[in-house]
Design a protein around this ligand. Structure first.
Ligand code: PMP
Length: 430
C-alpha cells in the first residue's frame, strides 16, 4: 500500500498545525507511523488521498452509527444550506431536537445544546456545582470527559496513549477540587464519600468506559453510585458522549435501568457535525442562564445544519428499533470471530464488548479498570494495527480505543475484517 500523497500532505501539515493534526490521536504517533489523510467515505468504507480503501471501524469515533454519508440523514441538507448556515437567533428545529432527546431519555426534562462533548461535560459540572453550592467533583480513573481543565485528570483516550494524565497548563488550583477513584470499585467509592461526601457537587462517570478500551461498569457499581449520590445530595452525571443513542435508544439509562440526575451527549446526536448537549431534571436545569444564575452560552450552539442532521439521525434510530439488535448481532459476530482467532493462536487476550462497541485488549487480564488496561502489550497492538491497515482495515490507532460498528457494516465487511485480523494477529506474534 502506498501513502505518497498522505506523506506529502503530512509534511505540509506539520508546518502549520501542531503535529499536523487537529486532535492528537489522529497523528497515529502511538503506533509509530505517519497519519493517512482522508479523501472521502461512504457507508462502512473510507478512502485515503492515495486511493487506498479501508473498512472503517473508527466511524468518526462514534457519531456515524448509520455509516458515512447516509442519505437518510443528509437528504435535504443542500436546501437547508441555501436557507443560511447560522442565525444566532432561535429556530424551531432546536425545539424539536430538544423534545426528541427528552422523550428518549427517561428522567430528564430539559436539554441545552452545545458544540462538543467537552463543552457538555464542562457545562454540566458548572450547573451541578451551582445547584449544590459545592466545589468538589469526583471522576474515575481512565474515564475521559473531554479536555476541560477540571476533568483532565487521570483520564483516558489520547491522554493514556500520550502519557499526559494531567496536562501542563492546568493549574493545580483548578484540579484540587477534582477527586479520582478507580472505576468499578465500590469500596473506594464508599471510602471517599465517607470522608468528603458532603462536599462533592457531582460524580461524573462513563457508564461504559470507552476511553480505556471498552470497560463496562458493573451494574452493582452503578447502583452503588446511584445510591450514595442520592444519600449525599450529590448530582450524578452520566457521560453518554459515546454511549448515548448507541448502547440503546434510551442510552445507558435504559441499558442499565439506572437514572442519573444529569446526562451529557455528543457524537451520535450530531450525526457527524459538531454537537454536544447536557440535560437534567427541571429543578437542576432551572439553574442555567437565562432562567438561573449559572452562565453558559455558545455562538453556534443549536446550529441549524447540525440540528438538521442530528435530528434526522435520531429519528431513524427511534423509528427503527431493530437497528440496536442488528448492531449488537454484528458486534457479537466480530467478538466471536476474534475469539476464535485467539484460540487458534493459543492466545488468551481479553475481548470486551458492550452493545456495538468492541475492543481486543492485548492482555490476559480481564479488564475492569484502568490498572487492568495498563497491562496491555502496546508493542504487539501497534504491530497488529499496522498489519490491519495494510490489509485495508482501519481501527483506532491506539490500544485504548473502541471499535465502532455502524448499520452500514455488512457481513462481507466483517468477514473480510476478521480474515485480516487473523493475519494481523499472526504477524504481531511472529
Ligand atoms: N466524553 C466522552 C465519554 C468522550 O468519549 C469524549 C470524546 N471522545 C468526550 C467526552 C469529549 O467529546 P469531544 O471530543 O466532542 O469534546
Amino acid at each position: 500500500m502506498e501513502h505518497k500523497r498522505s506523506q506529502a500532505i503530512y509534511e505540509e501539515a506539520v508546518k502549520y498545525i501542531p503535529g499536523g493534526v487537529n486532535s492528537p490521536v489522529r497523528a497515529f504517533k502511538s503506533v509509530g507511523i505517519d497519519p493517512i489523510f482522508i479523501d472521502r467515505a461512504h457507508g462502512s468504507h473510507i478512502w485515503d488521498v492515495d486511493g487506498n480503501e479501508y473498512i472503517d471501524f473508527i466511524c468518526s469515533w462514534g457519531p456515524l452509527i448509520l455509516g458515512h454519508s447516509n442519505e437518510r440523514i443528509t437528504e435535504g441538507i443542500s436546501e437547508m444550506i441555501a436557507k443560511g448556515t447560522s442565525y444566532g437567533v432561535p429556530t424551531q428545529i432546536e425545539v424539536e431536537m430538544a423534545k426528541l432527546i427528552v422523550e428518549a431519555y427517561k428522567g430528564v426534562d430539559q436539554v441545552r445544546m452545545v458544540n462538543s462533548g467537552t463543552e457538555a461535560t464542562m457545562s454540566a459540572l458548572r450547573v451541578a456545582r451551582g445547584y449544590t453550592g459545592r466545589n468538589k467533583i469526583l471522576k474515575f480513573e481512565g474515564c475521559y470527559h473531554g479536555h476541560s481543565d477540571a476533568l483532565l485528570v487521570k483520564s483516558g483516550s489520547g491522554t493514556i496513549t500520550y502519557g499526559v494524565p494531567t496536562s501542563p497548563g492546568v493549574p493545580a488550583d483548578v484540579v484540587k477540587h477534582t477527586l479520582v477513584t478507580p472505576y468499578n470499585d465500590i469500596e473506594a467509592l464508599e471510602e471517599i464519600f465517607k470522608t468528603q461526601g458532603e462536599e462533592i457537587a457531582a460524580v461524573i462517570v462513563e457508564p461504559i468506559g470507552g476511553n480505556m478500551g471498552v470497560v463496562p461498569a458493573k451494574k452493582d457499581f452503578l447502583l452503588a453510585l446511584r445510591e450514595i449520590t442520592k444519600k449525599y445530595g450529590t448530582v450524578l452525571i452520566f457521560d453518554e458522549v459515546i454511549t448515548g443513542f448507541r448502547i440503546a435508544y434510551g442510552s445507558s439509562r435504559e441499558y442499565f435501568d439506572i437514572e442519573p440526575d444529569m446526562v451529557c451527549f455528543g457524537k451520535i446526536i450530531g450525526g457527524g457535525l459538531p454537537v454536544g448537549a447536557y440535560a437534567g431534571r427541571k429543578e437542576i436545569m432551572d439553574m442555567v442562564s437565562p432562567v438561573g444564575p449559572v452562565y453558559q452560552a455558545g455562538t453556534l450552539s443549536g446550529n441549524p445544519l447540525a440540528m438538521y442532521i442530528g435530528k434526522k439521525q435520531l429519528e431513524v434510530l427511534r423509528d427503527n428499533p431493530q437497528i440496536y439488535k442488528e448492531l449488537e448481532e454484528k458486534a457479537i459476530y466480530l467478538e466471536t470471530g476474534i475469539k476464535a482467532h485467539l484460540k487458534e493462536l493459543g492466545l488468551n487476550y481479553h475481548v470486551a464488548r458492550a452493545g456495538s462497541l468492541v475492543c481486543l485488549f492485548f492482555t490476559d487480564q480481564v479488564v475492569r479498570n484502568y490498572q487492568d488496561a495498563m497491562t496491555c502489550d502496546i508493542e504487539r497492538f501497534n504491530k497488529y494495527f499496522k498489519a490491519l491497515l495494510e490489509e485495508g482495515v482501519l481501527i483506532g490507532p491506539a490500544q485504548f480505543e473502541a471499535m465502532f460498528l455502524s448499520t452500514a457494516h455488512t457481513k462481507e465487511d466483517l468477514d473480510k475484517a476478521l480474515e485480516a485480523m487473523g493475519k494481523a494477529l499472526r504477524i504481531a506474534h511472529q
